[in-house]
Design a protein around this ligand. Structure first.
Ligand code: GUN
Length: 288
């Protein structure tokens, strides 16, 4: 079991210690700013988690919760003001934003120096060229998990299902880069017979948002399975939903050599990624 929950806990502990050392010498602590526009349920939950994570490691955080009818102009003005604030190390605008706001404009308005989500074109360009940058939290979390668990990637066939800007695409670039050296196949909604590809994969990374998409017959015995999916499925429990990954976990876990659960796999590592990037930005700003 690739246990992201306990790994993230350990890694968060390291950041917490670093922050304690920063405080001990009287310096200001890292500061993450987040903007949430509207009332999307999942987005609210994510932003609350990010706020709690900051508190846990000792970062300062400020969350701007704006109403769904906030104009694009006032959002861009707020971003501009945060960009200019020298004491803020990271800025994220939680996506999706309401339809009347242009998400690309918003992403591009964030100063790349504090773009801890790594969504800006400059951040993505640097990632593509293997230059130092902020790697988006989810691909970063997956890479960290594979590394920490000592999963061999060199020369392995890695099949990535999904080609989104925030997961599949950067994941494919990172896995093929020098140092990881995997042979990468990207499958997407127009791929004919995805199983023909996944059955030859040593590592499968699924990020499609369709519960149970990866079935046991699509998996090669002994493969490593990374499940990035996290879909809310209606349920009659207290929360009114359960979280489902993209992998038919119960069956696939018997056939593979390693697998991430949902919840408790990639999710906590993603949250760690954001903390890591915020600390990285802080250190750069402080000349550390
Ligand atoms: N929406 C879904 N994932 C993310 C993320 O990592 N960052 C932001 N800002 N919005 C998201």
């Amino acid at each position: 079991m690739l246990d992201g929950k306990s790994l993230a806990l350990k890694l968060r502990g390291n950041i917490k210690e670093e922050v304690e050392a920063i405080k001990a010498i009287g310096n200001r602590v890292p500061h993450l700013a987040a903007i949430l526009v509207g009332e999307d349920g999942a987005s609210k939950t994510y932003v609350n988690s990010k706020e709690r994570d900051c508190e846990y490691v000792g970062f300062e955080s400020s969350v701007h919760r704006l109403s769904a009818d906030t104009s694009e102009e006032s959002l861009l003005n707020l971003i501009e003001a945060i960009n200019k604030d020298e004491n803020i190390d990271g800025l994220i605008v939680q996506l999706p934003v309401p339809k009347h706001i242009n998400a690309t404009k918003v992403t591009e308005a964030i100063d790349p120096e504090i773009d801890v989500d790594g969504f800006h074109t400059i951040s993505v360009g640097k990632l593509t060229k293997n230059e130092d940058t902020f790697i988006s939290a989810t691909p970063f979390g997956v890479i960290m998990m594979l590394e920490e668990y000592g999963i061999e990637t060199r020369g392995k066939h890695c099949v990535i299902i999904g080609r989104s800007n925030i997961v599949g695409r950067p994941m494919s670039i990172l896995m093929s880069q020098g140092g990881r050296d995997a042979t990468v196949t990207v499958c997407h909604r127009y791929t004919e017979n995805v199983g023909n590809f996944t059955r030859t994969a040593d590592i499968v990374i699924v990020a499609v948002g369709i519960p149970d998409f990866l079935k046991v017959e699509m998996v090669k015995p002994g493969a490593v399975i990374v499940d990035v999916g996290i879909t809310r499925v209606d349920s009659d429990n207290a929360k009114r939903y359960v979280l489902k990954g993209d992998v038919d976990f119960e069956k696939v876990k018997e056939k593979c050599s390693a697998i991430t659960p949902v919840p408790g796999g990639v999710g906590p590592m993603t949250r760690y990624g954001l903390l890591f990037n915020t600390l990285k930005s802080y250190k750069k700003k402080q000349g550390l």
